[in-house]
Design a protein around this ligand. Structure first.
Ligand code: HEC
Length: 138
């Protein structure tokens, strides 16, 4: 009788541990791809508005909607690390032209972006800087 109680307690704990660990995994899977920062989106005009379109074509698949990043994929560009004094406009041009070796984040390398024109890159930089400023990143 005592053995039966011990065995059923052990089984009960194992079942509980199984459900606990699978719900943890579920939570982690949901988090992958999630936005990494809250981005306040300003009114966009002219170049910045065109830049949003180009950004969505060339960058959003990794850097996420509104450049808010995607957990496990790519960092937010609306982030203090990418403020103009730390990553000037040339860093954006080089990132797109040559790709980036992973160094700030654990998400792997950024490959060079194919088929993007200088004009589109300029628009994207204007867009990112406009959204950065609206979020207090100067
Ligand atoms: C295939 C995914 C992917 C695409 C597409 C992509 N990026 Fe990235 N990018 C990354 C990752 C990952 C990093 C982070 C590298 C690291 O760990 O520092 C990064 C980093 C950067 C950086 C930081 C460069 C540096 O010097 O540290 C800039 C700027 C950047 N990306 C801009 C862009 C722009 C602009 C586009 C679109 C034209 C773009 N990225 C498209 C994945 C991507």
């Amino acid at each position: 009788m005592r053995n039966i109680i011990v065995v059923s307690v052990v089984i009960g704990l194992a079942v509980a541990a199984y459900f606990w660990s699978s719900s943890e995994k579920g939570a982690q899977m949901e988090a992958a791809g999630a936005a990494m920062v809250d981005v306040l989106v300003p009114e966009l005009e002219g170049l910045a508005r065109e830049g949003r379109g180009a950004y969505e074509t060339f960058c959003a698949a990794c850097h996420g909607i509104n450049a808010a990043g995607q957990l496990g994929v790519a960092p937010p560009l609306i982030h203090k690390i990418y403020e103009p004094s730390h990553h000037g406009d040339m860093a954006f041009v080089l990132a797109a032209r040559r790709g980036v070796q992973s160094h700030h984040w654990p998400f792997g390398d950024m490959p060079p972006v194919a088929d993007i024109s200088d004009e589109e890159l300029g628009q994207i930089i204007t867009y990112v800087r406009t959204v950065q400023r609206a979020n207090g990143i100067n």
